[in-house]
Each structure stands twice: as C-alpha cells, then as structure tokens.
Ligand binder design. Structure first.
Ligand SMILES: [Zn+2]
Ligand SMILES: [Zn+2]
Ligand SMILES: [Zn+2]
Length: 262
C-alpha cells in the first residue's frame, strides 16, 4: 500500500546561483562530495500515485532526468523568483505527451507575475505545441488535491512574500526570512520540516542556518532539513556541528512518511 504514504524528493537544495557557483573555485565548489553539488531549490511530492512539483526550478529538466520523473500532475509555486520558476517551459514535454493541462497553484500576485514573465505560455495566439498547457489556480487558503488537504503557509521573504505548503505532517517552507504570527499555528505538530537556511551569516530575505534551527526548536519538529544552501555549507564538515534532528538537505534525498488524516 503506497497510497497512505507521502514521499518527498529534494530535487534541488541550492540557492539561486546553484553550487558550484559559476567561476568559483572555493573548497565547496571544487568538492567531489556529491552532496556539495546543489541544483536550484525545488522538491517533488508523491502521494496516491500522483506527482506534484514544488516550483519549476531553473534546473528542472536535469532534476527530472536525474530522478526519472515521467509524469507531473500538478505544480505548487512558492513565489515567482527566477530560480523557482524558470524551468516552467520544460512542463511542455509532459503536457504534449498527455494532451492535458497541468493544474498549477500559486498566490494571485505570483500567477500574475508568471503570466507576465512567460506570456507566450498563456497567449491565445501562439502555436499550442510549443508551450506547456497549464491550468491556473489561485491559492487563497487550504485546498484539496488528489484526496489530500494542502495547507498554504504565508511567509515573509525579505520585502516580499512567499507560500510554504503543508501536507499531512510535512511542511516545505522556502524562501523566507520571517514567519508571520498567524502562520505559526499552521506549522504545529509537524514530523518533518524542510526550511530555507541559506548560509551561516544573516541575509535580509532568507533565514540563516541558526535562525532556521531556532524555528525548528520552537516548533519541536523531530526532523528538519535545511535547504536553499549556498557554497558556504560544506556538507560533511558542517553536518557534524548540527543539533540532533537537524540535517542539511541534499539533491536526490528522499523522505517517506505516513499521511496523517487531517
Ligand atoms: Zn530562491
Ligand atoms: Zn564556491
Ligand atoms: Zn526567492
């Protein structure tokens, strides 16, 4: 029985530049440790035989090849920054094969921005085969998808906003620098948290590693994965310094957990 489980695959654990950073020869960028190789931040969720992407990162095509993704049933967007959206055109391969539109979910301003950035996808005039077919859904609160409740979690991302997503007792929370008061309750009782933890130093639009650890502690989450990492993080060297229950995410990492009945 696989349908009572939720599987998450870390498609990309890297920040907007990816790691290695182009032209950088630091120890992490030159490392042969595969967990220091980070594509742009994204995840795949699977339940009841359905595959749902969180964001279409710049590296989506390579991520899909690496993980053998041959089907995409929906996409949840966190926000419209380039690193989370720019793989959108590769959805075309999937919709061309099925002839069906993929339902995408995002906040209103994110949908507007995606439609502005990729107007050819939504233009009536273009030839349909050369663009992905997407069916847009505005997220205004919790919604049902493939028999599960999906809870969006409003987050602050520097001067902007983003949406985290919770399914069962797993929450995916990127990109963010603060959790609004009203969102804390949505993160209670988690078993797994995947959270933005850019680097050791503070950043105005992202949690640092220490602030992400502090949030995991406050939420009493048994297992937390730190993601959206820069080349400041050397997987093996810095993993030893993390508290119990906290780990760095890496590309290709998977987590399976039972689906709650919320
Ligand atoms: Zn990002
Ligand atoms: Zn580097
Ligand atoms: Zn961002």
């Amino acid at each position: 029985m696989t349908d009572s489980f939720l599987k998450l695959t870390v498609l990309g654990s890297g920040t907007s530049t990816g790691v290695p950073v182009l032209g950088c020869h630091c120890a992490v960028c030159s490392s042969t440790e595969p967990r220091n190789n980070r594509t742009r931040c994204s995840a795949l969720l699977e339940w009841s035989g359905h595959k749902v992407l969180i964001d279409t990162a710049t590296d989506f095509r390579q991520q899909a090849l690496r993980e053998g993704i041959e089907q995409v049933d929906s996409v949840f967007y966190t926000h419209a920054h380039a690193d989370h959206v720019h793989g959108i055109d590769d959805l075309r391969t999937f919709t061309l094969r099925t002839g069906k539109a993929i339902p995408v979910y995002a906040a209103r301003d994110v949908l507007d921005r995606i439609q502005e950035l990729f107007s050819y996808i939504f233009s009536e005039a273009d030839v349909p085969g050369y663009r992905p077919r997407l069916q847009v859904n505005e997220v205004t609160g919790p919604f049902e998808l493939f028999g599960q409740k999906v809870t969006p979690i409003p987050l602050m991302h520097g001067p902007g906003e983003s949406l985290g997503y919770r399914i069962g007792n797993l929450a995916y929370v990127v990109d963010c620098s603060a959790i609004p008061e009203s969102s804390w309750a949505l993160l209670e009782g988690l078993d797994v948290l995947i959270i933005d933890a850019l680097r050791f130093r503070e950043h105005e639009s992202h949690f640092s590693i220490s602030s992400a650890i502090e949030i995991a502690r406050q939420l009493r989450v048994p297992r937390t994965l730190l993601t959206h990492l820069t080349h400041d993080v050397d997987y093996a060297r810095h993993s030893t310094g993390l508290p119990e229950g906290i780990e760095f995410a890496y590309d290709g990492q998977t987590i399976t957990l039972p689906l709650s009945s919320r």
